[in-house]
Ligand binder design. Structure first.
Ligand SMILES: Nc1ncnc2c1ncn2[C@@H]1O[C@H](COP(=O)(O)OP(=O)(O)OP(=O)(O)O)[C@@H](O)[C@H]1O
Ligand SMILES: [Mg+2]
Length: 145
């Protein structure tokens, strides 16, 4: 799927928000400035969040616990040892929360095997190409409508 500009990425995020269920993990792969945080902004907007969405590169985990479902925005860019993951408390997100994870590769291989795994690529004309690895839990929900 081609996503032509920033607004289209926000709109995609809002559609993704409509499909989310408690317990979902969505991983967002792609190079620096591919649009991962922009997509997360769209998701949070779709869930009714009004306000800043800082890129959690420094905090690593940014919770939005007042949303329904509550969202944990995670950016693993600064994690270079997968064992550092244990300190982030992500196990506590549990079945009610949704995790949106940028740079999942830094966690090591397949930490979230049941995640909807989205990848963004920057095309020559500046548009983004989105590809998805769709797990069983997303059958019937993907493609988004
Ligand atoms: N089609 C597009 N979708 C999303 N962003 C786009 C698009 N075209 C251009 N942009 C621009 O690319 C930038 C994307 O930045 P963003 O922070 O979302 O990337 P990121 O993948 O989260 O990067 P990082 O790996 O540094 O966290 C924004 O400045 C945005 O305006
Ligand atoms: Mg980002």
């Amino acid at each position: 799927m081609r996503i032509k500009h920033e607004k289209a990425m926000l709109d995609f995020g809002r559609k993704l928000a409509d499909a989310l269920r408690p317990g979902d993990v969505v991983t967002l792969s792609g190079p620096l400035s591919a649009g991962k945080t922009t997509m997360v902004r769209g998701v949070l907007s779709g869930l009714g969040h009004r306000g800043d969405v800082p890129s959690p590169s420094f905090a690593i985990v940014q919770p939005y616990e007042d949303l329904n479902p509550p969202v944990w925005h995670v950016d693993l860019y600064r994690i270079d040892d997968p064992s550092d993951l244990e300190e982030l408390g992500l196990d506590d997100v549990g079945a009610e929360g949704v995790m949106l994870v940028e740079w999942p590769e830094h966690a090591g291989r397949r930490v979230w095997p049941r995640a909807l795994a989205l990848s963004l690529e920057v095309l020559d004309d500046g548009a983004r190409a989105l590809t998805a690895e769709v797990p069983a839990a997303w059958e019937g929900r993907w493609p988004l409508r």
